[in-house]
Design a binder for this molecule. Structure first.
Ligand code: NAD
Length: 494
């Protein structure tokens, strides 16, 4: 029988009050890995109650001490990197090399956020009045509701949870129902690092069953969400209605631009990694290649060659280069886009169908796919497919390439391959995404730089980097008057 896992509420490991459970499945084999609580509003209520109860004590814990706990979490994650990476590959499918990177990002984020415990800088500034002191300090918002996707099951939650905690917020976390085990591990790690009961809580379950009641709960002051645009937009509308802060990280339609003076081997390698890594299920996945007409055919040939050489299989196996899609729904979605593309006139240069054969039939495998003859206004060039599918759009100039790049509803990541420094700087200036790479693909963000996108990708927030605290803190301005008089600003000194 699959192992039974519990919620973590108020420092206790508890089942859903309804006693209902759901199964966590391995997408490569279909085997059940564990039973998790299928929680409901009553479990959210208990977790928010615990988080509110722990708030004052946590806020009064000196920030450097909060940071020290995160350092311990970082050490613990590092010590268990292999175990955690294996667990992540088992439950969401991407290959071990990549889940190790995912876990490493959690380590990096822990250390980065922990350091904030000794910074959390405010601003002091001279007062316009004599004998008066003026400063502004960051203060925590309260209880943070954290809701995440499954594709970076350790890294993405840490981008939210660690900054929220170091700033003095308490947290109720709803992991994706596709990757509940990583949520469970995070709670174990924080418990072991000495984070007090109630400061961090995990409630497992579905979006409607747990995520939505968390968004709506009056005891949740800020919501941080990573996931699809459909869900994120709904959450934003509800948060606006309820007057709470919300930060959103949503979809992407990222492009690599390849100019006619680019190193084509380098570009092809980067496109293959960006398009087929994590089976194309990264928010920063390369899903478009905008290529100068003079090098189009050669680049297609090189990328097709790489796609066809990829070894598909269970990500836990040595030598496997691409794992399955996360579930049947994703398989159906990606397959559906093949028909959409064909109806619009796109051609399949390689792939285009479910992958089958030895070791693949029990899982949700899809062939690495290259689409050509794609125009920028086609749906396959505009919508997030979230699978191992890359569309080639042919252009005549850098100006055209920039226009195509910027012409989608998303604005997460973009990239240019060129040997021309002027073209590189023009692209750095004119590409309107939150992240821009030069001579590097669309993936590979580092935790100490801000992460996030423009337009439909988000709502203006950036995670990680020096911006990590912005979503989880308020500014409080404090004036101290030691003149012994009533000094009227704007009046007495003019
Ligand atoms: P999803 O929107 O289906 O689910 C995301 C989370 O929201 C899950 O935990 C889910 O249970 C929850 N949820 C679903 N319905 C909800 C509701 N009504 N109320 C509250 N919560 C609800 O997305 P997904 O399929 O898990 O993830 C894929 C998406 O995530 C892609 O669009 C991808 O681009 C995006 N993503 C973005 C980033 C980024 O940083 N921009 C990073 C990773 C993934």
């Amino acid at each position: 029988m699959a192992e039974a896992f519990h919620n973590f509420i108020g420092g206790r490991w508890v089942p859903a009050r309804s006693a209902r459970t759901f199964k966590n499945l391995n997408p490569a084999t279909g085997v059940a890995l564990g039973e998790f609580p299928e929680s409901g509003p009553e479990d959210v209520e208990a977790a928010v109650h615990a988080a509110r109860g722990a708030m004052r004590g946590w806020q009064l814990t000196p920030a450097p001490k909060r940071g020290e706990m995160l350092f311990r979490v970082g050490h613990l994650i590092a010590a268990r990197k292999e175990e955690l990476a294996r667990a992540a590959t088992r439950e969401m499918g991407k290959i071990l090399v990549e889940t190790r990177g995912d876990v490493q990002e959690g380590v990096d984020m822990a250390y980065l956020a922990a350091g904030e415990g000794r910074r959390l800088y405010g601003v002091t500034t001279p007062s316009e009045m004599p004998n008066k002191w003026a400063m502004s300090v960051r203060v925590p918002i309260g209880v943070a509701g954290v809701i995440t996707a499954w594709n970076f099951p350790l890294a993405v939650p840490t981008w939210k949870i660690f900054p929220a905690l170091v700033a003095g917020n308490t947290v109720v976390f709803k992991p994706s129902e596709e990757t509940p085990e990583m949520g469970w591990h995070l709670a174990k790690l924080l418990e072991e690092a000495g984070v007090p009961a109630g400061v961090f809580n995990v409630v497992h379950g579905t979006g409607p069953g747990v995520g939505w009641p968390l968004v709506q709960h009056a005891g949740v002051d800020v919501v941080s969400f990573t996931g699809s645009n459909a869900v994120g937009t709904k959450i934003a509308v509800e948060a606006a209605r309820l007057g709470k802060r919300v930060s959103l990280e949503m979809g992407g339609k990222n492009a690599v631009i390849v100019m006619d003076d680019a190193d084509l081997t380098l570009a092809a390698n980067a496109v293959a990694w960006g398009a087929f890594g994590t089976t194309g299920q990264r928010c920063t996945a390369t899903s478009r290649v905008i290529v100068h007409e003079r090098v189009h055919d050669e680049l297609v040939r090189l990328v097709v060659q790489r796609a066809q050489a990829l070894k598909l299989g269970d990500g836990l196996e040595e030598g496997v280069e691409m794992g399955p899609l996360v579930n049947a729904r994703q398989l159906e979605r990606v397959s559906g886009y093949m028909k959409v593309g064909a109806d619009e006139g796109a051609k399949v240069a390689t792939g285009g169908a479910r992958a089958s054969g030895a070791g693949l039939d029990q899982g949700f495998f899809f062939q690495p796919t290259v689409l050509t003859d794609v125009r920028s206004d086609m749906r396959v060039a505009q919508e997030e497919i979230f699978g191992p599918v890359v569309s080639f759009v042919r252009v005549k100039s850098l100006a055209d390439a920039v226009e195509v790049n910027n012409g989608t509803p998303f604005g997460l990541s973009s990239s240019i391959f060129t040997g021309n420094v002027n073209a590189a700087f023009t692209a750095m200036r004119d590409l309107t995404t939150g992240i821009v790479y030069v001579n590097h693909g669309t993936t590979g963000a580092e935790t100490h730089l801000p992460f996030g996108g423009t337009r439909g990708t988000g709502n203006g927030h950036r995670e990680a980097g020096h911006t990590m605290l912005d979503a989880f803190t308020e500014w409080k301005s404090v004036y101290v008057d030691f003149s012994g008089k009533v000094q009227r600003a704007q009046i007495d000194n003019n």
